[in-house]
Design a protein around this ligand. Structure first.
Ligand code: SF4
Length: 350
């Protein structure tokens, strides 16, 4: 739906405590059962599990992150276990989650906690923020959820709810400081971790991006966007420029045992340190590139993939041959490769 500015006079409600109570009551009944959350009657969540889930959930949906979270915590039940893991094992276990710099930061943070804090996470927002790879959002989320600190936990869900509750007329991303200030006004000492998670759950299940389900929402009495009759118009957004597109070639080379040729990518840069298929540079226009080994190369089609800052089209070429590669059985390669290369491998094998 296009954003239609609707002027709604609105102030911070006198009934802010009632608004908080209404959302916490709703949360007590409708909270999502998530792998990283203890049952309602258990003790406070384990900071390691909260931290790990928050890192995984950055740029990743809950259903996609859940099996990774379960696999990580089965294999590395504590932060010290994770800190002791070889880099290659953690990078391979992360494959498919995307945004691979997070995996490197994950290890750096685990090692800082294990080495510098005796395996115990700092219990303040400032202490958490000092850890490698922990940004303002993650520090606030862990401080609130794991340690009961009244931290202002603001992600895209919370921004959307604030924009609607207060009918904020400034478009995103310029509205961010204002939305954070509004969210901060509603934070209180009472159940701060539940408050943060209640907002997350409301944003994920009711106050959804395109089509808010206001008839299921406990906040309609306070919501200016609801009162306008057009709640889906918020948050207002500045139109984004289209992503630039890059092009390249990727080679699926198999040997006479059916194994596939992989390479380890350089530590720095996109997908750094991950296993990948041999590929050309990715440039603004299609270019002809020399193959990584002699073979009877044939074009097997193309795949598209979208990264944060650009879209990528890779022509897939397949062949049989030999060479100095990490020769890997196909099943293992499919499990270990980042998504863009997994797509290319599937195309090359088809
Ligand atoms: Fe979102 Fe509708 Fe609830 Fe307002 S009433 S917070 S728009 S779901």
């Amino acid at each position: 739906m296009s954003a239609v500015p609707v002027q709604v006079p609105f102030q911070l409600p006198d009934g802010a405590p009632d608004l908080r109570a209404a959302l916490l009551d709703w949360y007590d009944i409708h909270r999502r059962r998530l792998a990283w959350r203890p049952a309602a009657d258990e003790a406070r969540p384990d900071p390691y599990r909260v931290w790990l889930s928050e890192i995984m959930l950055q740029q990743t949906t809950t259903p996609h992150a859940t099996p990774y979270f379960e696999a990580f915590t089965r294999r590395w039940p504590t932060v010290s276990d994770l800190a002791a893991a070889p880099d290659a094992d953690v990078m391979a276990a992360w494959a498919g989650l995307g945004y691979y710099a997070r995996a490197r930061n994950l290890l750096a943070c685990a090692r800082a906690v294990a080495g510098g804090h005796g395996g115990v996470f700092p219990d303040t927002e400032a202490g958490l923020l000092a850890l490698p790879g922990v940004g303002a959002y993650t520090a606030a989320a862990v401080a609130a959820i794991a340690f009961g600190r009244p931290a202002n936990v603001v992600d895209g869900n919370v921004e959307r709810i604030m924009a609607r509750l207060f009918a904020v007329e400034t478009p995103l991303p310029a509205a961010r400081p204002e939305l954070k200030r509004l969210a901060g006004v509603l934070v209180a000492d009472h159940r701060p971790g539940d408050w943060a998670q209640a907002l997350m759950d409301l944003g994920a299940t009711v106050c959804r991006p395109g089509n808010p389900l206001c008839d299921r929402c406990p906040l309609t009495a306070w919501c200016a966007a609801f009162q306008s009759g057009q709640p889906g118009c918020w948050p207002l957004k500045t139109k984004k420029a289209d992503r630039p597109r890059r092009h390249g070639v990727v080679w699926v080379l198999r040997d006479d045992r059916g194994r596939v040729a992989l390479v380890r990518r350089p530590d720095r840069g996109l997908l750094g340190g991950m296993m990948g298929l041999p590929t050309s540079d990715w440039s603004a226009a299609p270019v002809e590139a020399a193959p990584p080994a002699p073979a009877d190369w044939r074009v097997a089609g193309a795949i598209d993939h979208v990264f944060t800052h650009f879209a990528l089209t890779l022509e897939v070429r397949a062949g049989e041959g030999t060479g100095d590669f990490v020769w890997t059985p196909v099943d293992e390669a499919l499990a270990a490769l980042p998504t863009v290369f997994r797509k290319a491998l599937e195309r090359g094998l088809a």
